[in-house]
Design a binder for this molecule. Sequence first.
Ligand SMILES: Cc1cc2nc3c(=O)[nH]c(=O)nc-3n(C[C@H](O)[C@H](O)[C@H](O)COP(=O)(O)OP(=O)(O)OC[C@H]3O[C@@H](n4cnc5c(N)ncnc54)[C@H](O)[C@@H]3O)c2cc1C
Length: 422
Amino acid sequence: MTGFLRKGDAGYDEARTVWNAMIDRRPAVVARCATTEDVVAAVRFGRTQGLEIAVRCGGHNIAGLAVPEDGLMIDLTPMNAVRVDPATRRAWVEGGAMLGELDKASQEYGLATTAGNVSHTGVGGLTLGGGMGWLARRFGLSCDNVLSFELVTADGSVVRASADENAELYWGLRGGGGNFGVVTMFEFQLHQVGTRALTAEFSYPVSAGLDVLRGWRDLNVEAPRDATFTAFVDGTQVVVGYVWVGEGGYDLVPAFRKLGPVQNELVDETTYLQLQTREDNVQGHRFRRYWKGHYFDVLPDEAISAMLDNPGVPASLQAYGGAIADVPADATAFSRRDTLFEMVTASRWESPAEDEERITRLRGYAATLAPYASGAYVNTLNEDPINRAFPPATLERLIALKTAYDPENVFHLNQNIKPHAA
Ligand SMILES: Cc1cc2nc3c(=O)[nH]c(=O)nc-3n(C[C@H](O)[C@H](O)[C@H](O)COP(=O)(O)OP(=O)(O)OC[C@H]3O[C@@H](n4cnc5c(N)ncnc54)[C@H](O)[C@@H]3O)c2cc1C
C-alpha cells in the first residue's frame, strides 16, 4: 500500500479530484493501492469499518462514482503497469492504468487493441463497461479483447475469470461494469495495426444538413471496417468524416465530397498515438461537465431533423457495427450490439451559476431524441435507468451473477446491478 490518505493529508485533494469538476466529495479514507494484496486489504478494511466503498481508476465516470462521500475510495492509480509480449500479442494491464499507458506500451511493437478516444481515460471503467474506440469495428470492443481478468471480490478473495475459468463471471465482467469486484489485472489480446492513422472531416452548411447526414448514414452501411464514421451537429454546422487506422483510407474522400457543398475539408495523416491523444486537451480536467447519450439502431430522418433543429446544442455521433456486431448477443454482458450509431450530447463550463441551465438544456435535448433511441451505452449513463443499457434477459443474468458474487452489494457505486434480496 502506498498509503492511506485522510482529510488534510498531502495528496488527499489530488486523489479525490476527478474529471468532472462538479464532483466535490470527501472520502473518509483513500487507500492508495499498489498491489493485489493492497486491494484485498482495502476491501476487508472498508467492510470491517462499515465504510461505503468506491473504486477509482481514471476518474472519468460522469457522475463521479469513484468518489464516495465519507466512505473508502480504493484508488488504483498506483497500479498502472503495462507489460506487452509482442510474440503472443498480449498485454497485461494493471487495474489502475490509463488508456495512454496501454497504447504507448503496445505501439512500441506496432500493436494496439481497442481503446477509447482520450488517453487519460481509465482502462478499468472503460473496459468493464464495453470500451468503444477506433479499432472496435475491426477487432471488437475493448471488453471483447480481454482474455482474462484477475479481481478481488467482495469477500476479499482473489479470483480469475476467463473462457475456461469462472466463465459466467467472465461473461459479466465484459460489459457489466464494476459490479463484481475490483479488477487488478486485465489480459488483452493485441493486434498488429502499425502506427499510422488517417482522420477526415468535411463541414457543410446547416441548410444542407439533412441531405448530408442522410447520405453519410447510407454511406456508412457499406463502409469498410477500417473506417469509423463520425458526425458533429450543433445546429450551426454539420461536420462529418471518418477515422481510419492503418495504411490507405483515402478512397472514401470522393464520396464525402459528394455529400453536399463542402465548406471546409481536413484530411490528415497522423500517427496512431497522436490520434489517441488528439482530444486530450479539449476533454481535459477542470471543467464542469454533463452529458446524455443514446444508441440508435436506425437513424431515422426525424432524428436527424431534431438534431439540426436545435441550434447551440451539440451532438457527436460515432458508428458501431463491424466486429462489434459479429459477437453473439449472449456472449458478453455488453448489449445492444446492433447499434448503428452512438450519440453523446455534452457540455462543459466553469461557473456553478450555469449548472442548472446547462443541465436542463441537455436533458431536454436528449428527451427530444429519446423516441428514436434504442438504448444507451452503460458508460454514458448518467441518471438514466440501467435497463437502457441491458435488455431484460441480460439484466436477469447479471442480477443472478451479482447475487452470487456480491450478495450484499458492497460494490454499488457503479452502474449498479442490484442483487436479489437475501
Ligand atoms: C473524456 C472522456 C472520453 C471518453 N471516451 C470514451 C471512448 O472513447 N470510448 C468509451 O467506450 N468510453 C469513453 N468514455 C466513457 C468512459 O468509458 C467512462 O467514463 C468510464 O467510466 C471511465 O472509466 P474510468 O476508469 O476513467 O473512470 P472511474 O470513474 O475511475 O471508474 C468508473 C467506474 O468504473 C469502475 N471501475 C473502474 N476501474 C475499475 C477496476 N479496475 N475494477 C473494478 N471496477 C472499476 C468503478 O465502478 C467506477 O465507479 C469517455 C469518458 C470521458 C470522460
